[in-house]
Design a protein around this ligand. Structure first.
Ligand code: ADP
Ligand code: MG
Length: 377
């Protein structure tokens, strides 16, 4: 009886997700910070409070003009890390049920992406989605044991900088910055599993083991940044949890994947400088962010050719995008008035992604990299 009830619960849960569509967009506005610019008390962002708009809409004022956007969910600056996690916990459950899930954080540098994804893993209040996800996964695994489920979990963490993969769990070798000769070639097998050659993949049994991995990754990242004179906002951070479960009484098997991705800052070229290494970084980011949007739009329009191979990021995530996988994009927004231009760009981009799944006619949702803000001329 317990097994039947459990089956029904999962079925219902997945039906609800299917009804909601496979791509969802959540917007999160961070609070004003003391370091935000002059005039920061002026409210450029407001949240409509009518019945139908509450929690789903955001207004941005620019030069006296109001721009309104609606998403699946809008988090105001008061939203806690816990409030945000509650809204994604069903996606974590999906991964345990055998789905492939990607959760992205998109937005300009300083908008709150890393806070949302990682936060402070050591703080019970401020820890972000990654530490909370791990806690839920290990707790749920415990309770599913009673129903005969046995799960194995594997974690990897990498960063993509200038279209090059860097393993965050192997330690950073400054004497051989170019990956110490490692290739990190991406391959997908016939079962839809992704293998990255040479990448460290760690079996994990408890969330405390993962905490130490998170610390190691953070350290590798910051050493890399200092020694290579890179800016941490210029790379994509990809956290991957692979879950394989087998039910010993029913012999049912599941293979889920959960990717949590802190994307490189989406700000435009003029802000980040335009020569030498910075130019190279910006071009690499533009290439991968525009590839990501090209892939999302091609999938939404059910196009025959989906350009996964145009960037490392989309190729790496190929099996986890499209099909019956589930994608959630956070668009992070800063309330600082000096960021209004960037915020408007981010919200417009996210609104196009959102339109992909609510059935707006194709001509309104169509976006090629050439007409998007992502391609920089
Ligand atoms: P990004 O990763 O997009 O560059 P961060 O996550 O580093 O941005 O956020 C920039 C600053 O704002 C950090 O000091 C961070 O702690 C703070 N911050 C971001 N979001 C929030 C939030 N929701 N509540 C409190 N502080 C936040
Ligand atoms: Mg960041």
């Amino acid at each position: 009886k317990v097994v039947e009830g459990e089956k029904l619960r999962k079925k219902l849960h997945n039906t609800i997700l299917e009804l909601k569509g496979n791509i969802r967009v959540f917007c999160r506005v961070r609070p004003l910070l003391s370091e935000d610019g002059v005039g920061a008390e002026a409210n450029v962002i407001s949240f409509p409070t009518s019945m139908e708009a509450q929690g789903r809409s955001i207004d941005l004022a620019q030069n006296g003009q109001k721009h309104s956007f609606t998403f699946d969910k809008v988090f105001t600056p008061e939203a806690s890390q816990e409030d945000v996690f509650v809204e994604i916990s069903q996606l974590v459950q999906s991964a345990l049920d055998g789905y492939k899930v990607c959760i992205f954080a998109y937005g300009q540098t300083g908008s709150g992406k890393t806070h949302t994804m990682m936060g402070n893993p050591e703080s019970s209040e401020n820890k972000g989605l990654i530490p909370r996800t791990l806690e839920q996964v290990f707790e749920t695994r415990q309770s599913l044991q009673a129903q005969g489920w046995k799960y194995e979990m594997q974690v990897s963490m990498l960063e993509i900088y200038n279209e090059t993969i860097r393993d965050l769990l192997s330690g950073f070798d400054a004497s051989r910055p170019e990956n110490g000769g490692k290739q990190y070639t991406i391959k997908h097998d016939a079962n839809g599993h992704t293998h990255v050659s040479d990448l460290t993949v760690v079996d994990v049994q408890s969330s405390s083991k993962v905490s130490s991995l998170l610390r190691r990754a953070a350290q590798t990242r910051s050493v890399g940044k200092t020694q290579m004179n890179e800016n941490s906002s210029r790379s994509h951070f990809v956290f991957t949890l692979r879950i394989s479960g087998v039910n010993e009484s029913t012999e049912q098997q599941v293979q889920g994947v959960l990717n949590l991705i802190d994307l490189a800052g989406s700000e435009r070229l003029s802000k980040s400088g335009s020569t030498g290494d910075r130019l190279k970084e910006t071009q690499a980011i533009n290439k991968s962010l525009s590839s990501l949007s090209d892939v999302i739009f091609a999938l939404a329009k059910k196009e025959e050719h989906v350009p996964f191979r145009n960037s490392k990021l989309t190729y790496l995530l190929q099996p986890c995008l499209g099909g019956d996988s589930k994608t959630l994009m956070f668009v992070n927004v800063s309330p600082d008035p000096s960021s209004t231009g960037e915020s408007l760009c981010s919200l417009r981009f996210a609104a196009r992604v959102n339109a992909c799944e609510i059935g707006i006619p194709r001509r309104q949702t169509s976006m090629r990299s050439s007409d998007s803000r992502l391609s920089i001329g």
